[in-house]
Design a protein around this ligand. Structure first.
Ligand code: PRP
Length: 292
């Protein structure tokens, strides 16, 4: 693979075709990386960073990273845990959220994990599921399937399934109900545990720095408002900003303009308080990058 690509570039493996593909490319673009895919789904070059992107099946990504065939990868935590790959988890990416759940048919008498003693459980995640039941001290028989796991109770292959769920629609359509969540997952950025190449390591660190700045920016909004000068102390308590807000006098006597960063998850709650104490003309803007 390296032969086809530029050996001086670092390589990032992303999912070839699935739920993480679009989010992974979005992350690169938000970090300011220009990727020329040309609709190709084998490999792509980054125009403004020494980075090559290779499109790989999820289950192959952890091992390719572990063995250093590629420098980094974006993959679900569930895949890493199932393969038991020894890689460095560099960054949680806040997308690709899903859960590995135990589910049974809606009309089944099984209501709890202990009811599965000596029963068949179908799954594509035999390692995680085996470990879970061993830990719970419940003997079960694992039936490994590589797809269509949700059909196995109806086909009398298994009494329960252990499968990934995200929206829950596959379980609902298959008339299955969840009795336990055994693993929570999201997409993560991984790299090799040890690299002996300083130049490559610097590029990897630089890329992680960019991703973090992009992620930080998404957690904040930039907010501007007009406020009575006398309320300034209260405003600073409500929106203290990263260090402290920028305050500029307005032409109107006794009024100031306040500019600061505000966390997205408390945005409406704080805006409500600001309005109550007399702030007006409140403008909120997205932040593209945030380096703290
Ligand atoms: C997973 C899983 C379920 C489905 C659940 O498969 O195996 O079939 O997602 O998602 P939902 O709760 O949103 O319906 P996925 O579509 O990721 O592809 P796969 O079958 O190749 O694993």
């Amino acid at each position: 693979m390296k032969n086809k690509l530029d050996n001086n570039n670092i390589t990032l493996a992303i999912q070839k075709n699935g739920r993480l593909t679009k989010y992974s490319i979005d992350l690169l673009e938000k970090a300011g990386l220009v990727v020329d895919t040309d609709g190709q789904k084998l490999y792509a070059k980054c125009r403004n960073f020494p980075l090559d992107i290779v499109f790989i099946r999820d289950e192959d990504i952890p091992n390719l990273v572990e063995t250093g065939v590629v420098d980094m990868g974006i993959v679900g935590r569930n895949v890493i845990a199932e393969i038991n790959a020894l890689v460095d988890n560099k960054l949680q990416l806040n997308f690709g959220y899903c859960q590995l759940v135990i589910a049974v048919q809606k009309e089944s008498s099984i209501s709890a994990i202990r009811d599965l003693k000596n029963k068949n459980i179908a799954t594509s995640y035999p390692r995680i599921v085996t470990q879970y039941f061993q830990k719970m001290n419940i003997p079960v028989k694992i039936i490994q399937l590589n797809g269509s796991v949700e059909l196995s109770p109806a086909l009398n292959i298994a009494s329960a399934i252990a499968d990934l769920t995200s929206t829950g629609s596959t379980l609902a359509i298959s008339d299955l109900r969840v009795i336990e969540t055994i693993f929570k997952s999201q997409a993560v950025l991984i790299s090799q545990k040890v690299t002996n190449n300083d130049k490559r390591q610097n590029l990897i660190d630089n890329l992680i720095f960019r991703f973090k700045a992009t992620q930080n920016a998404q957690k904040f909004k930039y907010i501007m408002m007009n406020a009575p000068q006398e309320k300034l102390k209260q405003i600073i308590t409500i929106v203290p900003g990263l260090k402290s807000p920028t305050v500029t006098p307005l032409a109107a006597k006794g009024w100031v303009s306040v500019q600061t960063a505000i966390q997205e998850d408390v945005f409406w709650e704080k805006v409500e308080k600001l309005k109550q104490i007399g702030a007006s003309g409140i403008i909120a803007l997205p932040i593209e990058k945030l380096i703290t």
